[in-house]
Ligand binder design. Structure first.
Ligand code: KDG
Length: 306
């Protein structure tokens, strides 16, 4: 569950004021996870709102084409579909910057009425991110309802902290909002920046232990080009990054999360799931757009058995 967005990715690198050509993609962290899980052969559904406009139609047709269940996508006639631009390679050459135009968007108007307890209660796993509760008071209430519904129905909860500072009134508010949710989470994806903000600690070990201590079952620390580490109360695993050409790093974390979830649901070990997730994240950054290069199981295997 979360806001689907239209992404305009700069065709050329550098400051947006000099970019004249953009490429349109469907994005949104949670949408990418839903598509990723489908690419790997499992079923998924998306809870979101889009506007009654061309971009909303684009999102629906893309998601449908990928085989994601769109029965819970509401078309909101009162607000437009959110969009954002990607500035690539500037000011940090290896990084991209997101420039949002989404305030008051249809997705930000997600509300508890969008969460159908019967639909959600029938799932194996519910996934959202720290972006959704940052969108508005109603989206926060929807997130709380979804988390409570999942917990009450023994649906596993997967959560990516994804703290986007520009979406929050303050970072303190992000921490105060997210920590109580994290206590209910089964699979937590995070990175060192978010983890140190949430827990006030700096070492990897303290981060893993800190989240496990809050009651999280599996914690995964994504560290970009330094790979990833996962921990449960009884196991630890780590995986090195796969060196690749980076066209646009945005979307790697969602490919990672979707692949880890799909692998665990298929019964793969913590270590194997982590290795596959790192490969998926690496593949996505080689192209512009978050969802085009999401890999199938065979695509991942091709990188393991090469
Ligand atoms: O993780 C990538 C997402 O951040 C991107 O697709 C845009 O969902 C998005 C957001 O809200 O930042």
């Amino acid at each position: 569950m979360g806001e689907s967005l239209i992404q305009f990715n700069a065709l050329t690198r550098g400051p947006l004021r000099h970019v004249t050509l953009f490429e349109r993609h469907v994005a949104g962290a949670e949408t990418t996870v839903a598509v990723c899980v489908r690419r790997q052969g499992l079923t998924s559904g998306l809870i979101t709102r889009v506007g009654d406009d061309e971009f909303g139609k684009c999102i629906i047709s893309w998601v449908r084409g990928e085989g994601v269940d769109d029965s819970q996508i509401r078309i909101d006639p009162e607000a437009p579909t959110g969009i954002y631009f990607v500035q690539r390679g500037f000011p940090v050459p290896s990084k991209s910057r997101m420039v949002y135009y989404r305030r008051g968007s249809a997705g930000s108007r997600l509300s508890p009425s969008d969460v159908d307890p019967q639909y959600l209660g029938a799932a194996k796993i519910f996934h959202t991110t720290g972006i959704t509760p940052a969108l508005s008071e109603t989206a926060l209430a929807a997130t709380r309802k979804a988390v409570e519904t999942a917990a009450a129905n023994d649906v596993l909860i997967s959560f990516d902290t994804n703290i986007r500072p520009v979406l929050w009134k303050s970072l303190d508010r992000a921490v105060d909002t997210l920590l109580p949710m994290i206590e209910k989470v089964d699979i937590l994806f995070t990175d060192p920046t978010d983890a140190s903000l949430l827990l006030g600690v700096n070492s990897v070990d303290e981060m893993l232990k800190g989240f496990l201590g809050l009651g999280v079952d599996t914690v995964i620390l994504k560290m970009g080009e330094h790979g990833a580490i996962a921990a449960t109360s009884s196991e630890r695993a780590s995986a090195n990054a796969m060196p690749v050409y980076v066209e646009d790093p945005i979307g790697a974390g969602d490919a990672f999360a979707g692949t880890f979830i799909a692998s665990r649901l298929k019964g793969r070990s913590l270590n194997e799931s982590l290795v596959r997730a790192v490969i998926a994240g690496s593949l996505v950054v080689t192209v512009r757009g978050d969802e085009e290069a999401l890999p199938s199981d065979d695509d991942i295997d091709a990188n393991i058995h090469k």
